[in-house]
Write a new protein. Structure first.
Length: 118
């Protein structure tokens, strides 16, 4: 399950991801990201997750494809959640040069916003 949180004027795509991420969720994520890139050029992302989601194989491949197609338009990604396994996502992002990824605890949501806006 993916929910896009609307913030039209900011170059920040805010996503809330549930406990499972499926290939069809990228039918929501892809157009939202592309719209932000078209409007603002370089964008940041705030990704809220309560726990590390289960990825279907199709979702994993879509995630990789989306990242490969758009990483040059991405600046920062803030991953917000309290599951220790979420730190693995930021470690995996090193394969995309120039994209900065930071993890924040849920209680530090304001700090995540501040980092993205800086």
């Amino acid at each position: 399950m993916v929910k896009i949180i609307k913030n039209e004027d900011l170059p920040i795509l805010e996503l809330e991801i549930g406990d499972e991420l499926k290939e069809e969720d990228y039918n929501i994520i892809r157009p939202a990201l592309e719209e932000k890139i078209d409007k603002h050029g370089e964008v940041n992302c705030l990704v809220r997750m309560k726990e590390f989601p289960d990825f279907t194989t199709g979702a994993f491949l879509e995630d990789l494809r989306l990242a490969l197609e758009n990483y040059t338009d991405m600046n920062k990604i803030a991953i917000v959640g309290d599951d220790e396994k979420l730190e693995n996502l930021s470690k995996a992002a090193v394969i995309f040069p120039g994209v900065k990824v930071e993890n924040f605890r849920t209680k530090d949501l304001d700090a995540a916003w501040g980092w993205l806006k800086a």
